[in-house]
Design a protein around this ligand. Structure first.
Ligand code: HEM
Length: 445
């Protein structure tokens, strides 16, 4: 489906969309209603589902109208680098995300059972250790980019560990995932190949020597996945895990550092990190529009005819902010009490929502615990977001804090705090040479 079918389609690529996606959703909603024509790459059109109820209908369909199999769409994709670059994200793979019915049920069982094997206290321990290690690397400087130096490497290392690889073996992972998400054309193809190679090394090692890890549990699951299916599901869960989770961590941290209600919770106990996570999952979810669905036959859906082979994207981000009209509701009020779709819904709802939340909660709380006087280094409006039709992802999250010294174990970081330094009215001087650094090894959890 090319964008020539959609004159005046909203652009989901480029810097304008990245800077303020909610403004684009609002504009599309006012012009088109629940389903709007959009362009996801130059020359490639899609239908964007903006409304909560419409999104729910797609996600909870029982296989009557909707499918996750992108192959008919792929066949009609223009042969341009931009269009083919989308295949890295939406191209068919024999995995849970792109299958329906019985095939999906079998794959899905293997994924949910395997993720249930993760013990929360062990996961919290991994995250804490990895988070503290990363914080230690920049704690003495008083400033950091929490995307590049924290959220992204943290997720790569956590998932890498869960899969049973050493931290050293995972050093390339962040770079490869970054390239997969951001590149187009030949670069995207190359990144795809690198990712496949990286993962096949892991599978080979775990078949040879199984361990107490996710990869080995996939291999031994009663669903009897073939080697190819194991590989596909390791690739899926790793790709589906790292990017959205690191974005969830950075989007939520940015919100907490700028929204008075969360910031003051550090001293007043007003709203918690979990509240902030739920709010981001509703209004700024990291899988913003990454809900590719396809119709099985022509469907007239909320005023729009949709044909087989056309790409439909459920916008979790737009659905979360969509108002509900109708009797008994104030403007903007939602009958669902504000429930979010940040983890999707229905048969394909994220099977790792609980561990993902635990990871994000722990990672954010380590930052807030260990870095006194944590502040954004620039105003919220000056933050930059990575362009792309599918995600909501900060390019960087520059912060400042009171420098803490990593080489004095056992000293609480709070001992360096000037009085009231954690209130908005008295932000810390980020690189003040007079402030005594303290240790990040004093574990307060
Ligand atoms: C450890 C981290 C994570 C892992 C391993 C993971 C894994 C997965 C997998 C395997 C699926 C496909 C399930 C299926 O099709 O049956 C999925 C779906 C989904 N995940 Fe996650 N995920 C993680 C974190 C997240 C986070 C942090 C978010 C959002 C902030 C998220 C949002 C979603 C959504 C919206 C879907 C549904 C996609 C659809 O309907 O097409 N996930 N996830």
């Amino acid at each position: 489906m090319s964008s020539r079918y959609f004159p005046g389609a909203g652009r989901l690529h480029g810097p304008e969309f990245a800077a303020d996606p909610q403004a684009v959703y609002a504009e599309l909603r006012s012009r088109h209603g629940a389903v709007a024509p959009v362009e996801v790459a130059p020359g490639v059109g899609a239908h964007l589902v903006l409304d909560h109820r419409a999104a729910w209908e797609v996600l909870t369909d029982q296989g009557e109208y909707w499918s996750k199999d992108p192959r008919p769409w792929q066949e009609g994709l223009p042969d341009t680098p931009e269009a083919q670059g989308l295949v890295g994200m939406i191209g068919y793979r024999p995995n849970a995300l792109f299958s329906d019915g019985q095939t999906h049920a079998r794959f899905r069982q293997a994924v949910t059972d395997t993720f249930r094997m993760i013990q929360p206290h062990k996961l919290r321990g991994h995250v804490t250790e990895i988070a503290d290690g990363l914080i230690r690397e920049f704690a003495g400087t008083g400033r950091a980019d929490l995307v590049g130096q924290y959220a992204r490497p943290l997720m790569a290392r956590v998932i890498n560990r869960l899969y049973g690889r050493t931290d050293d073996a995972g050093q390339d992972l962040d770079r490869i995932l970054n390239a997969l998400t951001n590149s187009v054309g030949q670069d995207a193809v190359t990144a795809n190949e690198e990712f496949g190679r990286y993962m096949s090394e892991l599978i080979t090692a775990k078949y040879a020597q199984p361990g107490d890890d996710l990869t080995s549990w996939f291999i031994s699951h009663p669903a009897q996945l073939t080697t190819e299916e194991v590989l596909q599901h390791v690739v899926l869960t790793l790709g589906a895990g790292c990017e959205p989770s690191s974005n969830l961590i950075s989007n939520t941290t940015a919100r907490m550092l700028t929204d008075e209600r969360y910031y003051s919770s550090l001293t007043d106990g007003a709203l918690t990190t979990l509240d902030a996570l739920q709010e981001v999952l509703r209004n700024d979810p990291s899988m913003a529009n990454y809900g590719p669905y396809f119709v099985l036959r022509p469907v007239h859906f909320h005023g729009t005819w949709i044909q087989p082979g056309e790409l439909v994207l459920v916008s979790y981000a737009a659905a979360g902010s969509s108002p509900v009209a109708g009797a008994g509701h104030q403007a903007g009020e939602r009958s669902d009490g504000g429930a979010h779709l940040g983890f999707g819904a229905g048969a394909h709802r994220c099977p790792a929502a609980d561990p993902a939340l635990l990871i994000a909660l722990t990672a954010i709380d380590r930052l807030l615990t260990l870095l006194p006087g944590l502040e954004l280094a620039v105003p919220f409006d000056a933050l930059t977001w990575r362009p792309g039709p599918f995600h909501r992802a900060l390019a960087e999250l520059p912060v400042t804090f009171t420098p803490v010294r990593p080489d004095h174990p056992g000293v609480s970081p709070w001992t360096s705090l000037p009085k009231n330094s954690r209130t908005r009215s008295t932000p810390p001087a980020p690189t003040s040479p007079g402030r005594a650094p303290v240790s990040v090894s004093g574990d307060r959890s």
